[in-house]
Design a protein around this ligand. Structure first.
Ligand SMILES: NC(=O)C1=CN([C@@H]2O[C@H](COP(=O)(O)OP(=O)(O)OC[C@H]3O[C@@H](n4cnc5c(N)ncnc54)[C@H](OP(=O)(O)O)[C@@H]3O)[C@@H](O)[C@H]2O)[C@@H](O)CC1
Ligand SMILES: [K+]
Length: 506
């Protein structure tokens, strides 16, 4: 279950694909766990949430059931609510005779209460105070349509409170894409472990509050599964902690190339790298800009960079184990040559952002070949536009594309967004959960590049440093919220680090 290079505790952050979830289900059945009990437990967990949200037993609860086991869960919810004294209307999108297995058993249990099953049309929502969406879960195989689509639209148009069973119907569990449409839910109850869609946009916006319910499945039932998708967080990586024997050289040395024209970008990256704990940060910048770079950063170093010889000299210092190229640099031939030169300089971690990525828009294969033959580790940090320029041949969801991009380039790929993804060439991906929309501001990405570089300088692997950098960036963004500017991000970091490194034992 554990993936190399990640903490063993990452198994608690694992997100199971639809296929893996059904493998867990099958393993439980082989181990003698009755699947009918799992369905009963799933339905009970949802019924409990309905009762917590909707205490008014007189307000009508409409349970919408689909043709599979998600619908089966719905029959359990309806029965438990009815037995709890609630007014319940159950609508099913197929005739009960078409149901099979545990779903059929539970349909019969519902009918044994002398309760009707009404056809699932938009009219069945009339008078609903709350809807339980048990139409489709893990088995969704195509866009929703017909009466199901009409119901979903009515729920959304009338803002009827809705609780989803497993996922809102229409959400593709693995990719987070919306097939047709999906209800905008107040909350979603899923089982055993979350699925990627619960944290990926657009699906996340439909899920509402997420609760993961225990239904009797155990880690034993997932033994042997190779989980490759994780929720980004402190279960996945451990931050470096300086010890009594550390000194500035042992805490790592970051080299950042900066321009005269757009000095702010590299200066923000420098600030990020220093705040996150790099022992030394050096800016390689045009001689004409040395004073600007030094003016607000007396604790940083500057070296002149006016020629390829200067660049080579800066790169050849073996103590500078992490190099950032891109913030504030133009996407031109000179930047391209600089990146290729850096990639040839032996064991380094190289973080490429902004101009360092776009310089290869016409020649991405040249960049990928250089990365593949480099002795170092490489991190690419594109936003969606830069990603499309470099990886124009890739299609599919953001999760699929980030994974394929890491394989194609041989680098760790951080795809920026509200659910920032970090993918490693072996297929491991983390999804960052808590990004603030206020992070969408100039200079924010430059600070992120600095965070990643500063963590890598302290010995974290490229993947862990990138994942941790993205998480910390999101966390400071969340703490600052409205009104944040990029300059605030490094300054807020000590508060977050203190909580992680001083006030808790990771
Ligand atoms: N795993 C576990 O441990 C546990 C899982 N549990 C529950 O089981 C759920 C998964 O059940 P499931 O596999 O039966 O799939 P589900 O989503 O009910 O639908 C499949 C049916 O829908 C049909 N269909 C698909 N798309 C359609 C469309 N657009 N429009 C119309 N029809 C469409 C599809 O037809 P087909 O694609 O075969 O033509 C098939 O008939 C899971 O989400 C959880 O709630 C719990 O009970 C506890 C234990
Ligand atoms: K559902």
């Amino acid at each position: 279950m554990s993936v190399s290079g990640l903490l063993p505790s990452s198994q608690h952050a694992a997100l199971l694909t639809v296929e893996q979830m059904s493998a867990v289900d099958a393993a439980a059945a082989r181990a003698g766990v009755p699947t009918l009990d799992l369905m009963e437990n799933a339905g009970r967990a949802v019924a409990r949430d309905v009762m917590a949200i909707h205490e008014d037993r007189k307000g009508l609860v409409v349970v919408l059931c689909g043709p599979g086991n998600n619908g089966g869960d719905g029959f359990v919810v309806a029965r438990l609510l009815r037995q709890g004294g609630y007014r319940v209307r159950l609508a099913c999108c197929v005739d009960v005779t078409v149901l099979r297995g545990d779903a059929l058993v539970n349909a019969h249990r519902w009918q044994a209460l002398q309760e009707p099953v009404v056809p699932l049309t938009e009219d069945c929502l009339d008078g609903a105070a709350l809807v339980v969406d048990a139409m489709f879960g893990a088995g969704l195989s195509r866009p929703v349509d017909g009466d199901v689509l009409a119901c979903i639209r009515r729920i959304n148009d009338r803002s009827i409170k809705c609780i989803a069973v497993d996922v809102p119907s229409g959400v593709a569990g693995n990719s987070g894409e919306i097939l047709g449409d999906a209800p905008r839910c107040l909350s979603t109850v899923t089982f055993f472990r979350p699925k990627p869609a619960h944290f990926l946009y657009p699906a996340k916006a439909y899920c509402g509050a997420l609760r993961v319910a225990d239904i009797g499945l155990t880690p034993q039932h997932e033994a042997g599964l190779l989980c490759q998708t994780f929720l980004n967080g402190t279960a996945v990586w451990a931050l470096p902690r300086p010890s009594w024997s550390d000194h500035k050289y042992s805490r790592g040395h970051v080299l950042i190339f900066g321009s005269a024209a757009m000095s702010g970008a590299a200066r923000l990256a420098m600030r990020g790298a220093r705040r996150i704990g790099a022992g030394l940060v050096t800016a390689a910048v045009p001689a004409s800009a040395l004073a600007v770079y030094g003016s607000d950063a007396p604790g940083a170093l500057q070296v002149p960079w006016d020629s390829e010889d200067d660049a080579l000299k800066a790169l050849q210092d073996a103590h500078r184990t992490v190099v950032v190229i891109g913030p504030g640099l133009p996407a031109d031939d000179e930047t391209r040559r600089l990146v290729l030169m850096a990639l040839r300089q032996g064991q380094r971690t190289i973080v490429l952002d902004a101009g360092g990525l776009s310089a290869f828009a016409d020649h991405p294969d040249v960049l990928f070949a250089a990365i593949q033959s480099s002795a170092g580790q490489v991190v690419l940090t594109p936003h969606e536009g830069e990603f499309k320029r470099l990886f124009s041949s890739l299609a599919g969801s953001r999760l699929d594309r980030s994974r394929q991009a890491a394989v194609l380039s041989g680098a760790c790929v951080l795809l920026k967004g509200a659910d920032t993804l970090v993918a490693r060439p072996d297929g491991a991906v983390v999804i960052t959960p808590q990004a603030s929309p206020y992070l969408a501001t100039a200079g924010s990405g430059d600070v992120l590049a600095g965070f990643i570089a500063g963590l890598a300088a302290q010995g974290m692997s490229a993947f862990s440093a990138t994942a941790a950098g993205a998480w910390l960036h999101a966390e400071v963004g969340r703490q600052l919220g409205p009104g944040l500017i990029a300059e605030d991000l490094p300054e807020c970091l000590p508060t977050v680090l203190r909580r992680l490194l001083v006030e808790t034992t990771l």
